[in-house]
Ligand binder design. Structure first.
Ligand code: GDP
Length: 328
């Protein structure tokens, strides 16, 4: 049975109750309108408690070592007294129906650490785009007292842009010698990065990693940094052997210090909040369109007429959009 009292969730999250936190997130992700409504009002009430965490996004192709990295990095933070939440934006889950990311079995130690919370990405069945509810989930985790929130994604489709638009710092993990194409690295991803880290810089791979580091450094130099306050550094690390992990954390802290001092961090968060509102408006309009009974009744016919050339695309679009104004 679902408890309908918002106070139950608000108090539970504020007191750091994991079970209630998990339930709240389920509510936020729910496709059920009443549950979602409840989830939204809980998020609203918790908003003043959110915003104090370090928000860190991590991306990289499958196999680059994201889960190994998050396990090592997260454990290091937990051992230093931080509370760490790990969320995932997994574009593949909508297709396969199962989640491959932030899987608890992939981060065994972190998953059982009392100061950590791992939330796999929602599987198919949720409405709207990838990661739509991740931002709300992040805010709820912050209200529950997590002071570091890590959002993980693989480099597919829009997911990287989505994640970069909700975090303070976006870290791109890379491999040495795999070639840009192989890694699926698009120039756009380099533009999103606040730092690059070449992982698996251990054993025979150390030299190759250093070479890759230098060439990525050159590639980044050719791009204009988003702000004069910060030029994204290229680092190396071994998630497996815990080498360079600490340096990545100090890089994140330094970034926050510098951008806080200039006011850019607050500005970035304000910009992100507004952009998020707009993307939610677009989601909402799309949802309203597809769920409108008259639209779904006419959609296929109109599509077919446009395909046959009997109806112009503009007229087809307008007649469908016109239906939205009916019976509402
Ligand atoms: P993900 O798909 O990006 O989450 O990658 P995983 O964390 O699952 O790692 C993929 C494989 O790379 C696993 O076999 C890991 O043990 C290995 N791996 C991850 N990090 C390192 C590292 O720093 N050094 C080495 N040698 N192997 C690593």
């Amino acid at each position: 049975m679902v408890n309908q009292d918002p106070e139950y969730y608000i108090d539970g999250v504020r007191s750091g109750n994991r079970r209630i936190l998990a339930k709240t997130i389920t509510m936020i992700e729910s496709a059920h309108p009443t549950h979602r409504q409840l989830g939204r009002s809980v998020v609203d009430s918790l908003l003043p408690d959110a915003g104090k965490a370090v928000r860190l996004g991590i991306t990289g192709v499958p196999g680059v070592g994201k889960s190994t990295f998050i396990e090592s990095f997260g454990m290091m933070l937990v051992e230093r007294g931080h509370n760490v939440a790990v969320l995932a934006v997994d574009p593949s889950s909508t297709r396969s129906g199962g989640s491959i990311m932030a899987d608890k079995t992939r981060m065994e130690r972190l998953a059982t650490a009392p100061a950590a919370f791992i939330r796999p990405s929602p599987s198919s069945g949720t409405l709207g785009g990838v990661g739509r509810m991740t931002r709300e989930t992040m805010l709820v985790c912050e209200a529950a007292g997590f002071d570091v929130v890590i959002v993980e994604t693989v480099g597919v489709g829009q997911s990287e842009t989505t994640v970069a638009s909700m975090v303070d710092f976006f870290l791109v993990l890379m491999l040495a010698g795999a070639g840009d194409e192989l890694q699926g690295i698009k120039k756009g991803v380099l533009e999103l990065a606040d730092a690059l880290a070449i992982n698996k810089a251990d054993g025979d791979n150390v030299e190759k990693a250093e070479k890759a580091r230098r060439s990525y450094e050159m590639a980044l130099h050719l791009l204009n940094p988003a702000t004069p306050t910060w030029s994204p550094p290229v680092l190396t690390c071994s998630a497996l052997n815990l080498v360079g992990i600490d340096h990545i954390w100090s890089t994140v802290k330094e970034y926050r210090q510098r951008l806080s001092a200039t006011g850019e961090l607050d500005e970035k968060r304000r910009r992100q909040a507004l952009a998020w509102m707009w993307s939610r408006i677009e989601d909402g309009l799309r949802e309203r369109f597809y769920s409108h009974p008259q639209v779904s009744a006419r959609l296929r016919d109109i599509e077919a007429s446009v395909q046959r050339g009997e109806l112009s695309p503009t007229v087809g679009a307008e007649s469908l959009l016109f239906l939205l104004d009916n019976n509402r």
